[in-house]
Design a protein around this ligand. Structure first.
Ligand code: AMP
Ligand code: MN
Ligand code: MN
Ligand code: MN
Length: 276
């Protein structure tokens, strides 16, 4: 069987709609041979996913996606091959977990001022103890007919600068990379082209990331075009970062993104799993 890696996806531990068990079973259906579950700012799905992966003969790579702030901008850093029980990592992400609850209350308050009631109760219930993200707010707005698509929820309310946007200072980029490295993992820039950075900001960011101990960058994601793969590969080679591949799967209801449905990594690049 050919190897099929998917090193970025979500479960109900954060804003995915499938349980960790169902993520792994679905990955199996799609012939994924190595998977990392990378929930936002939590390791809570790891033990369950690891157990199911073992039972189904899938190679499980413990992971996380950490929300960070650098120069007032938000960047997602995926940690791969971490020890999810590492104390430095676990205590580092604890503050992000309370930050997410505080932020959710603020977003809810802003929506209530727009005459949208019971939001905090709604998203708390939907998250079922998992990390609350803006995806939960988007689902709430959609389910209660305040918007007609998830995208509209971001365009009208949740996106940067919109009426219910709450500017948040996440963990320091440097701290997040440190936690991942202390946990024996590899820090990877998630979806590098989604931050809409100018070329010079991208250069500054990648130089800083590398300097701080970051080792990888996603070159192939669920919806990468050939041109995006080529551009990401140029960054990987220029900053000597290993290349990762991951769908960023959240839900079967998104028909454009599926577990394991990914373009191949280009040949002339170092795959991130060589660092595991
Ligand atoms: P947060 O980390 O709470 O700011 O939420 C970010 C999450 O919201 C991302 O991980 C995605 O799951 C989701 N998201 C962000 N932007 C969009 C968008 N334009 N459309 C749909 N989902 C989005
Ligand atoms: Mn998400
Ligand atoms: Mn992300
Ligand atoms: Mn993600």
């Amino acid at each position: 069987m050919t190897e099929k890696y998917d090193l970025h996806c979500h479960s109900t531990a954060s804003d995915g709609t499938l349980s960790p068990t169902d993520v792994i079973l679905r990955a199996k259906e799609h012939e994924v041979t190595s998977i990392a579950l990378t929930d936002h700012d939590t390791i809570n799905g790891q033990a369950e996913a690891a157990k199911v992966a073992l039972a189904n003969n899938i190679n499980f790579i413990p992971g996380i996606e950490i929300s960070t702030t650098w120069e007032n901008k938000c960047f997602h850093i995926v940690g791969l091959n971490i020890d999810p029980k590492n104390e430095i990592l676990v205590s580092g992400i604890t503050s992000l977990q309370s930050l997410r609850i505080e932020r959710a209350k603020k977003i809810a308050l802003k929506l209530e001022k727009r005459r949208i009631p019971n939001v905090f109760e709604g998203v708390t219930k939907a998250a079922q103890g998992g990390m609350i993200t803006r995806a939960h707010f988007a689902s709430f707005l959609l389910d209660n007919n305040y918007v007609s698509t998830q995208q509209q929820a971001f365009d009208r309310y949740l996106g940067k600068g919109k009426t219910a946007f709450v500017s948040t200072v996440w963990s320091d980029l440097n701290d997040a990379i440190h936690w991942i490295n202390q946990a024996g993992g590899v820090a990877v820039v998630a979806h590098p082209l989604r931050y809409k950075l100018t070329a010079s900001w991208m250069r500054r960011f990648l130089a800083a990331f590398k300097e701080m101990g970051g080792q990888g960058i996603e070159v192939v994601t669920g919806r990468s075009s050939p041109d995006e793969i080529r551009r990401s590969m140029v960054y990987a080679n220029k900053y000597e970062l290993a290349a990762s591949i991951g769908s960023d799967f959240h839900s079967p209801s998104n028909q454009w993104v599926e577990l394991g449905r990914l373009a191949p990594l280009p040949d002339n690049i170092k795959p991130v799993w060589e660092l595991f």
